[in-house]
Write a protein that binds this ligand. Structure first.
Ligand code: CO8
Length: 300
């Protein structure tokens, strides 16, 4: 049995290479094990697995802005689960197939004018995506090749390493406050775990979207590179992370992330209820509607 306070994963046989990869992390929500996965392309996310390196590339391809709709989130979680359960895969690079946009965050149209049941289903899908990504045993690298507000930023923050294209027109941050909504505790914790409390607090209160150079200064992204070098750099970083024994890295990751993952797992239903109560308030519905109108007006 595990000593008190030590995670169960350490009791499993060590996995020094991908052939000996352990079962899904204890951070992972339960799911059915899937068969061996090959490269696959779905509606909204294209996934390619290079079996020789053990590295998969996930490309978001949901025009116009890769917003995280219910359908997108479901596909994202399924793709992560397939890769997680595939012994040939040890790492995943997440990027966008669209120019200028990594992801515009949660699909706002899923959050207003819908039924309570829809809000519950949508929020559960957001939770599921985060639990799978933040709790993944794989090495996860975000190659942020465009703007990445709110939920898009959460995706990047949930990875192990973030590389961003050094274009100052691309910005990233948790800008929920600008929409009149509040990032839930697990968004906040993910942010704090990357940039520290003070930077996260100021950025969250102001709903800041940080241009790439500022995001780098704050530690929100780890590196900036010219856009054309982004994938090359992501592959090099991945190789560096994969050079370590999987089990030591996975245990360390689990140790660093377990508290917040466990908290959401323990309070999942309460978190869904909170979301529904908050989002269905008339004042919040109005804010979201106005924000969408503002986006549309900006265009014309
Ligand atoms: N959801 C739905 N539709 C969107 C979204 C979105 N997040 N973002 C953009 N769109 C739509 C636009 O309305 C527009 O639609 P249409 O063509 O019909 O007019 C289309 O996508 C293209 O948008 P733009 O013309 O604005 O494209 P640009 O390339 O000029 O700009 C940006 C791209 C920078 C991504 C810009 O669209 C933008 O800033 N979008 C808003 C991003 C944002 O603020 N997202 C926050 C979402 S909330 C979230 O993720 C976390 C919520 C946590 C919930 C907590 C509650 C308790």
């Amino acid at each position: 049995p595990c000593p008190p306070g030590v995670l169960p994963l350490c009791c499993r046989s060590p996995a020094w290479d991908r052939a000996a990869r352990p079962p899904p992390s204890p951070l992972q929500p339960p799911g059915l094990p899937l068969g061996p996965c090959r490269s696959f392309s779905n509606n909204k996310i294209q996934v390619e697995l290079d079996e020789s390196s053990g590295v998969a590339t996930m490309k978001f391809k949901s025009p116009p802005v890769n917003s995280l709709s219910l359908e997108f989130l479901t596909e994202f979680s399924i793709s992560l689960e397939k890769l997680e359960n595939n012994r040939a895969c040890r790492g995943v690079i997440i990027t966008s197939a669209l120019p200028k946009i990594f992801s515009s965050g949660l699909d706002i149209t899923e959050m207003y004018g819908k039924s309570m049941e829809h809000y519950a289903e949508f929020w559960r899908a957001v939770q599921e995506m985060w639990l799978r990504l933040y709790g993944s045993n794989m090495v996860t690298v975000a190659a942020v090749n465009g703007s990445s507000p709110a939920g898009g930023c959460l995706v990047a923050l949930s990875c192990d390493y973030r590389i961003m294209a050094e274009n100052p027109k691309f910005s990233i941050g948790l800008n929920e406050a600008q929409l009149g909504i509040v990032a839930p505790f697990w968004f906040k914790e993910t942010f704090v775990n990357v940039v520290g409390h003070r930077t996260a607090e100021r950025s969250l209160q102001l709903g800041s979207l940080h241009p790439a150079p500022e995001a780098h200064r704050l530690g929100l992204v780890d590196e900036l590179v010219p856009e054309e070098k982004l994938m090359e750099k992501a592959a090099a970083v991945m190789a560096q992370w994969l050079a370590l024994p999987d089990h030591a890295r996975q245990l360390t990751k689990t140790m660093m992330r377990k508290a917040v993952v466990d908290r959401l797992v323990a309070h999942r239903e309460e978190d869904i209820k909170n979301f529904i109560t908050f989002i269905s308030k008339e004042s919040i519905q109005k804010s979201l509607r106005m924000y969408m109108e503002m986006l549309k007006k900006k265009k014309s």
